[in-house]
Write a protein that binds this ligand. Structure first.
Ligand code: NAD
Length: 471
């Protein structure tokens, strides 16, 4: 049985001080595929010490040295891409193409960061002053289980580029993927203590981190619930805070839209990553005048989203990541039915012949109103709610009537019209007639979707303090 490494401190994988042994269960068949011994408070204190000791040296590293490390990590991830795809399929349930895309993004995140460092100026003239951008210090990075490699990469790359040292706390529910990424980082030959990892129970590991005044920055990606807990704790030691949290994104189809293009895209937006995506477009806003056409197309096109073993080439949706996720999605589907949503496709239970793993039926509710639970809460599974609107103004009002504001989507035959709608949406990113990702532009949310932004210059500056020199 494989034992996953949970502690990397001061340049080496070490035996954890923690003793709790936890099974890693594959969502494909509910079988144990590995075990992990959870790190504990003691392991975390050691990681904090190592990061603190490495800070004076690494914060003074040259830009060229940092570029070299970032480039090396990117190359190491590319070298391990097959291992990463395998782990992402067996541990998470991602279909092969998705697993490949998600892990290659991790590699390019490091190389993009290196390219950006070449152009970034850590010292600039502002009016009569010189402003120097300094590393914020020891950074604790918390990441979720639904995008393991990508969310580790986006944070580690920016923190390293800034000159910070790191305590990485990946999700304990994606520990095999995290182990491989940590091995790639370790292979890049950074000085000891610059990157440390402790994996285990979230509350146990975050406690010493949040209490430590040596840790001056937290960057958290995960649920809004936990993000808020950490943000409150952060104030006591005045840690700088970046939060990337949940979403309930609206996808507005304007009246002139080409539905033959927009509906497959809307399904992709709703069901991406087995529906477990913070950016999923789970509220599909449709003009009343075209609701019947949408209904027919959704039935036809959703049949193409084949659920099954993610290693099969034609499968688009694999199992959910865990029993907890399976139960959660069943509960939301039941709530949708109980609150009067009309089930267009899917529903409760496993798809036929797929009860050996955490497989669910991709589900579409139609005639949903924006006050229903399924339109308000982040479900985090392949469940789409179709909401009809009477005019553009109402569509914008419904889209913005959410406690979240991470992503939004607008489709129209007239790009100018779509851009005008996009300008009125309270979301950190709006995709117009596309599902494209831009890794250099800011990513993050309004409202309960978070604080701050990742990616590019703005993401780097989340790990920097500005010091003004006036002569
Ligand atoms: P989570 O909040 O449960 O866990 C995130 C991290 O916090 C993990 O490392 C976990 O160990 C730790 N943690 C969990 N409970 C804790 C506690 N009580 N105290 C301290 N730490 C704790 O989130 P998750 O279930 O891993 O991820 C899913 C969520 O992440 C969804 O809401 C999704 O929308 C969000 N997400 C957001 C983005 C984004 O960029 N905005 C990206 C991916 C996922």
């Amino acid at each position: 049985m494989k034992t996953i490494k949970s502690v990397y401190v001061n340049g080496a994988f070490i035996e954890p001080h923690g003793t709790e042994i936890v099974s890693v269960i594959s969502p494909l068949n509910k079988k144990e595929i590995a075990q992990i011994v959870y790190a504990d408070e003691q392991d975390t204190l050691a990681a904090i010490e190592a990061a603190k000791a490495a800070l004076p040296g690494y914060s003074k590293s040259t830009i060229n040295e940092r570029i070299e490390y970032l480039t090396k990590i990117s190359i190491e991830i590319e070298k391990r891409i097959d291992d990463l795809i395998n782990a992402t399929t067996l541990e998470y349930g991602a279909p092969g193409e998705r697993a490949k895309w998600a892990n290659l993004i991790a590699a390019t995140t490091f190389s993009n960061q290196a390219a950006m460092l070449q152009q970034y100026s850590f010292s600039k003239q502002v009016n009569e002053s010189i402003v120097i951008m300094e590393p914020v210090g020891v950074a604790a990075l918390f990441t979720p289980w639904n995008a393991v490699a990508g969310s580790i990469a986006i944070k580690v790359a920016a923190a390293l580029a800034a000159g910070c040292t790191i305590i990485l706390k990946p999700s304990e529910f994606g520990s095999w993927q995290a182990e491989i990424i940590m091995e790639c980082i370790a292979a890049a030959g950074l000085p000891n203590g610059v990157v440390n990892m402790v994996n285990g129970n979230g509350a146990v590991i975050t406690k010493p981190i949040m209490e430590s005044s040596e840790v001056t920055k937290i960057s958290f990606t995960g649920s809004t619930l936990v993000g808020k807990i950490l943000a409150k704790q952060a104030v006591d030691t005045m840690k700088r805070v970046t939060l990337e949290l949940g979403g309930k994104s609206a996808n507005i189809l304007l009246e002139d839209v080409d539905l033959a293009k927009a509906i497959p895209m809307a399904l992709q937006a709703g069901f991406m990553n087995n529906g477990q995506a913070c950016i999923a477009g789970t509220r599909l806003l449709v003009p009343e005048s075209r609701l019947n056409e949408v209904r027919d197309l959704l039935i036809r096109e959703s049949a193409k989203f084949i659920v099954g073993d993610p290693s099969s080439a034609d499968v688009k949706i694999g199992p959910l990541a865990s029993q907890k996720q399976y139960d959660r999605i069943q509960q939301y589907i039941q709530t949708g039915i109980s609150e009067g949503g009309e089930l267009l496709t899917g529903g409760l239970g496993h798809p036929e012949g797929l009860d050996q793993g955490y497989y669910v039926k991709p589900t579409i509710f139609i005639n949903v109103n924006n006050e229903m639970t399924i339109a308000r809460e982040e479900i985090f599974g392949p469940v789409l709610s179709v909401i009809a609107y009477s005019n553009e103004e109402e569509a914008i009002q419904i889209a913005n009537n959410s406690e979240y504001g991470l992503m939004a989507y607008v489709s129209s035959a007239d790009e100018k019209r779509a851009a005008n709608v996009a300008s009125q949406l309270k979301a950190g990113r709006v995709l117009i007639n596309t599902l494209k990702h831009d890794p250099m532009a800011p990513f993050g949310g309004y409202k309960n979707s978070g604080i701050g932004r990742e990616n590019g210059v703005i993401g780097l500056e989340e790990f920097l303090e500005a010091k003004t020199l006036i002569k």
